[in-house]
Design a protein around this ligand. Structure first.
Ligand SMILES: NC(=O)c1ccc[n+]([C@@H]2O[C@H](COP(=O)([O-])OP(=O)(O)OC[C@H]3O[C@@H](n4cnc5c(N)ncnc54)[C@H](O)[C@@H]3O)[C@@H](O)[C@H]2O)c1
Ligand SMILES: [Zn+2]
Length: 352
């Protein structure tokens, strides 16, 4: 199956060739409030065109990755006169590329689109691989489809305006790629002194390549692609639990917690040894701090996990680690094992 190309070198210049080929009657940029402010000026300074351009701004934040905002956006596309000959560009983080991918793929059964990720998380993960989605009733990505777009253009200078906390959040997915598929990638990231937009470009490329290798082998998640869900069964539950709280966690922050607890689970069922687990926990804590799970929220987390699309029967389906750099999918655990794993994780945090 043909992969959507990902461009790194002079990425925005690729737009000239792509628009020459597509010859769109209209280009629409979908952005959120922040990427409109911080990324559109840089984009316009790199790409000049005679093609008419319309701008659509959506509100920022995961809480807006939902149907009501999608309906408004479809109305805006209609009002702008978007049709099959148009081209849509998603300029933003993973919220914009997930949301925009869904909106563009559904509108008139699909308008060609290009992802231009502006957050680290979207560059290494959300904007590549073809998954799109909206959240509903607090359940992450409950609505969604696979949609293989024209291209992803990775232009790392966008990262200069990304808040530091968001940058760190993106690193969680890079670390995940190393943990599940390439131990060397994990080691390189944890050895990086003061990760910053300036010194991370090569690792971004490497991380994307790892994800693409996996997706290419299994685009529709029949098997191998499931390993990308490592850290996400617990991580999504944690993210949902805190989504409407006073201090919502960022996606990557929730996944960082998920990675640690799922590493504990991997060790508990004998897939990984203690020294590998210690290496994971100590490095994740160094980057993300200690995040204890309140005993009072464990039951809620279990309920969020039960909504997970990946489950069968009363067991919860996990992708776990089989050592550093190797993952195993379709590992089914029961509720007691998971609760015990969360408690062990809490106790280990006190010892590190
Ligand atoms: N489709 C997939 O395969 C996939 C994979 C991983 C994550 N995701 C999704 O990605 C989303 C998380 O992505 P995210 O962390 O990028 O969130 P996000 O899009 O909400 O971006 C984070 C914040 O940074 C701002 N921002 C983005 N780029 C900026 C820049 N260059 N300068 C200044 N501000 C900027 C955004 O406006 C937002 O406030 C989640 O919805 C998650 O489910 C999808
Ligand atoms: Zn993720």
């Amino acid at each position: 199956m043909k992969q959507t190309p990902v461009y790194f070198q002079n990425a925005l210049n690729q737009l000239y060739g792509l628009t020459d080929k597509i010859k769109p009657n209209l280009m629409v940029l979908i952005m959120d409030k922040n990427t409109h402010r911080h990324c559109l000026p840089l984009f316009l300074s790199e790409f000049e065109t005679d093609i008419p351009v319309e701008l659509i701004e959506i509100p920022a934040g995961e809480a807006n990755k939902e149907l009501k905002v999608a309906v408004q956006t479809w109305k805006s596309l209609l009002a702008c006169g978007v049709n099959k000959n148009s081209l849509i560009i998603h300029l933003g983080g993973g919220m914009v590329t997930d949301f925009g991918g869904f909106v563009s793929a559904v509108y008139m059964r699909g308008i060609p689109y290009i992802n231009i990720p502006t957050s680290l998380l979207a560059m290494v993960d959300a904007a590549v691989g073809g998954k799109t989605g909206l959240d509903m009733n607090g359940v992450k990505n409950l609505l969604g489809l696979y949609s293989f777009h024209i291209a992803t253009l990775i232009h790392t200078p966008f990262l200069k305006t990304l808040p530091e906390r968001e940058f760190r959040s993106g690193m969680a997915e890079m670390l995940k790629h190393g943990l599940i598929y390439d131990r060397k990638h994990w080691k390189k990231i944890i050895q990086l002194k003061n990760p910053s937009p300036e010194n991370i470009s090569e690792l971004i490329k490497e991380s994307v390549q790892l994800k693409l290798d996996i997706v290419e082998k299994d685009p529709y998640e029949k098997g191998l692609r499931k390993i990308l869900n490592f850290g996400h069964t617990i991580g999504h539950a944690v993210e949902s639990e805190y989504l409407n709280s006073e201090n919502p966690l960022l996606h990557g922050e929730a996944i960082a917690i998920g990675i640690q607890i799922e590493a504990v689970l991997s060790a508990e069922i004998g897939l990984m040894n203690k020294s590998e687990l210690d290496e994971i926990l100590s490095n994740m804590i160094a980057l993300f701090g200690k995040n204890k799970i309140e005993e009072s929220s464990i039951e809620n987390l279990m309920q969020w996990m039960e909504h997970d699309k990946k489950n069968t029967g009363d067991k919860i389906n996990f992708s776990l680690l089989n050592g550093l750099g190797v993952a195993r999918f379709n590992v089914e655990l029961n509720k007691e094992q998971i609760i015990e794993g969360i408690k062990i994780y809490n106790r280990m945090l006190e010892m590190i």
